[in-house]
Design a protein around this ligand. Sequence first.
Ligand code: GDP
Length: 367
Amino acid sequence: DLKDIKYPQRDTKQPERDEKEYVGFATLPNQVHRKSVKKGFDFTLMVAGESGLGKSTLVNSLFLTDLHKDRKLLNAEERISQTVEITKHTVDIEEKGVKLKLTIVDTPGFGDAVNNTECWRPVTDYINLQFEQYFRDESGLNRKNIQDNRVHCCLYFIPPFGHGLRPVDIEFMKALQDKVNVVPLIAKADCLTPTEIKKLKERLREEIDKYGIKIYQFPDCDSDEDEEFKQQDKELKESTPFAVIGSNTVVEARGQRVRGRLYPWGIVEVENPSHCDFVKLRTMLIRTHMHDLKDITSDGHYENYRAQCIQTMTSKMNADKRVESPIPILPLSTPDVETEKLIKMKDEEIVNNAQQQVLHNQDADVN
Ligand code: GDP
């Protein structure tokens, strides 16, 4: 009975005319929002640069968690011969009901040894390995529960003491530029005066350009964004590479307790925009660009890896007709040389047989 059917309630505040045209897909953003909040978010951040540049302190300041409680620091002798080792820490943080699984990948030993030739290799190998794992999972049977360990961003710490990029900085960023979003930082910026910071930033930007280093580019702002957002975006772009300061201690400044560094001559406040770019970096990483960093990782860097992988497998298969890769192979779109030869032989055989048959029939007719 049609009378008994209960239709879903609609928003009674909506004008009548609108109601008739209301199908319901306007709730799609809410549905997506609910689903992603329920699922939670994940983000993988890598830090690289010589030891002692303040990487752990900065990460702790960024996420307000002590990620390196049981870290063992090596002495000089141990560091001389050290090879780069990769360590991973995961923390679950929650804010207003939104869960974030944060993974920090540290690269102790990078740039510490006497000979740093190709010291970036373990880092690129690690990033590739995560891509490979994802590729396997994605082409395998358990696509629903894929653990995504791909690295979304790499903060690269440049020492504040030099006159620009060192060879090891250039090599590292170039080796990683096509695999991960590289964000260069000027470490321990409290060592420099504002004028020195300005000069060093200009120099670094010039050198990044000159050596063709591809660092993470902030996407252009949409023209319909509000003025405040546009201004924020402009300031963000103009401040690169961010000059940062980290601190694990809370100090008293202007009657408030803040994260900072206490010196005999004053207090350096980590979150004071006139002291350093810490807030800009945190805003960019967490509030405004986390999603873009993840998108570029999966649509850009990972897609490149995936395409290369498939290409290599295809050409390998064409070359020796054997596949040793444990990764499932997609069907080839074009037949290989051997198959084509076989098809050609078969075709010729059919034509020959037909001709023979015709000749045979003609002979029979004559007789
Ligand atoms: P990591 O080896 O790169 O992880 O460096 P750490 O975070 O362990 O820091 C090494 C030393 O530098 C510690 O004594 C820190 O207190 C100090 N430090 C960390 N960040 C800063 C900073 O922004 N400015 C200054 N002046 N010192 C810092």
